[in-house]
Design a protein around this ligand. Sequence first.
Ligand code: PEP
Ligand code: MG
Length: 879
Amino acid sequence: MRKFVYHFNEGSKEMKYLLGGKGANLAEMTNIGLPVPPGFTITTEACKDYNDHNQILSDDIYAEMMTHLQILEQETGKKFGDATNPLLISVRSGAPFSMPGMMDTILNLGLNDLSVQGLENATNDARSSYDCYRRFIQMFGDVVYNIPSYRFEQALTDLKNENDYTLDTQLTATDLQKLINTYKDLYISVSGREFPQNPFEQLRLSITAVFDSWENPRAAIYRRLHHIDNQLGTAVNIQSMVFGNTGESSGTGIAFTRNPSTGENLFFGEYLLNAQGEDVVAGIRTPEPISHLEDTMPEVYQKLLDVAALLELHYLDMQDIEFTIEKGELFVLQTRTGKRTAQAAINIAVDLVHEGKLSKEDAIMRIDTSQIDQLLHPSFDEASLKATTSLATGLPASPGAATGQIYFNAEDAVLAAERGEKAILVRNETSPEDIEGMAKSVAILTAHGGMTSHAAVVARGMGKCCVAGCDAIAIDESQKTLQTATFTLTEGDFLSLNGSTGKVYLGQIPLVESEIGGHFEELMSWVNEAKKLVVRVNADSPNDLEVGVHFGAEGVGLCRTEHMFFQDDRITYVRQMIIAETLEERLIALAHLKEMQKADFAGIFRVANGKPVNIRLLDPPLHEFLPKTTQDIEKLAGELGKPVVELKQRVQDLGETNPMLGHRGCRLAITFPEIYIMQAEAIMESAIQIHDEGIAVFPEIMVPLVSSKEEIAIIKKQLKEAIQTIFRREQLVLPFDIGTMIEIPRACVTADEIAEEAQFFSFGTNDLTQLTFGFSRDDANKFLYAYQEQKILPIDPFQSIDQKGVGALVTTAVQRGRMTNPALKMGVCGEHGGDPASIHFFHKLGLQYVSCSPYRIPIARIAAAQASILEERQEKVMV
Ligand code: PEP
Ligand code: MG
């Protein structure tokens, strides 16, 4: 018979797919002797079984669960639903990958009108017993019967107001009993059902509710955002309760073994006394920093430090630990690898190497490339910042600077982002329902909550600027206003936030690009040792190249020269070149353009300083450069002294039904060879100029959109002749290569022939994807979302290479190219050159380089190193 339930002492950390991350770690901690309250885990396989059987929990699974419940009763010496000494349990979700707050949790299960008295007898504490009961009724109502939490919160606030209380802890046992009756009435009025008194019914309903929560919309969105497989399912952890709400020697908290914002090796965390479960993350009361625990409960603090040290050493990574103190006794309820900012991730990984706990390769493998973007986030322009005074200060929950317009709920923030605005989501506290609004906003500001509140944890994971717990502002979410002592702001007003300092500023502050600090350079030096792929930059200007080189680019993989043709000072000459009716006329225009292009290329060669520079000759259809409106045509006709009618006709003649498949790329050079010849001359003449300045140059001249050997043969011959003429004239010969883009399926399957003419291949995977699927790269977003939803495609193939189809063509081209020339230089310059999954694929193909936009260079370098480490490790396993 299949086993669906594991007691904590039966599992281990390796079993996370079966027991979920939380269950696997509870098992591991139990086995290494940490103070974990006993319990058991119902597996993710049970969740799949439940989903496969129309959301029905099978009798076999229920029976197996009951056996474990009986063992738990023996372990604790308590009885479930007992009127004298009841066993109370928590029921918590736990998926294989951490999805903080996305699914459901129920605490204090097993309480009813009778067992609450049993609890009171056993603990001699009426107040905390009724507090547990009211919390249970609230959580159960929310999770199982979908009674909105705010209805319960409102009842609680009303009762506090009636009594002039400010804190929940001021509620007496009698107040809480009254509140419980109000809660029970809410069940009937909102859900039409009574609160179930039978603990076994409570348990069955809670287990199925947790399984159901795997499918709730916020969990589904989270999985989509984090690329988590929908099929994994969640486990359910059932654990005997310990109580942090039993007075001032009790409490609950969350601790990180190192600082999750900076990575500093300092114990970090927060706690609340006389509180339970979600109170710290829910942000309802502002928690105390963990260091205060050292003053109030030094022994517990020392124990917690010992547990933290042991867990970090055991998992060899920074841990996020959830703990409860019950009447001075410490219990550990969860450990997991802590979410951290990108800067912290790098600092922690490098520190662990320095501490002798990790190898350099392991440190590189620890880096989540999707997080690296965070490091490249902008900060405020210093001068503008000095001229601004801050409006309020909250907690620096997630670093980075942002400026945008404020919105008071997730839906409004999403709509604003879809309108193209930069939205800042402003909330009293965020909850998991806000996930999409958080993802679409540039920053998050909350009035309540601490450094481990939902807003803080989720924003850090997303790499999004967040200021939390900013209690100097009053937010009215229904009126959509934000008030400080001096200002009232409404929806759409501008704010600026600094998530590194917690400061909030009125209005917009200009942003400047980031500087990477900490151990980044050291890590990247290890990355360079480990990677085999060269990483180049796609740069159309010296400025792009400077940024690229700053991030470690080892050359230019693609310079799209058409971007230079669009500039204001040259567009008239470009147009003159296009509409020229004779060769002489065209050559006059080209002569002007040549001088301008020479200056462009010289600037790039100077910055490249000897690194290879791949310059692609003109690619788009000529008519793209021509004016479109009658007004613009009339203006150009005036400038060029041509009749308007004639010019209109020329524009019409050049127009194409399907320009993407039309007269572009090397086809232009087949009809107008003088264009590419001019560009090749500009490249070599500027190369000679830079060489004469004492700077090494190595140009690669790239011909786009080649589909046959004959095209490249004809063009190459013309270019070579022009270049030889220059060399003869200048009495100098410089090294250079002429090669081709491989971006047409026919080029892939005839690559052996093309390699006879091309000195290099650069895969243009954007066009190759477009032409392989027949999906327009400019319009595919209109339907690709549906392809992903219906699982026709796992991911947008324009973002990450479609290995099966497009990848197979690339593979063919690589093999055929090598058949002709084993040393053929090959790289990728399409967008996929900056995508980690695609980089792994290109590494396996043995390409020499990938090329991507400047800000993706660090990601590409790390991904390239990870691909090569992974390969070496797999090879070792094979041996
Ligand atoms: C490509 O097609 O992948 C490419 C790099 O060229 P472009 O995007 O300019 O068409
Ligand atoms: Mg292309």
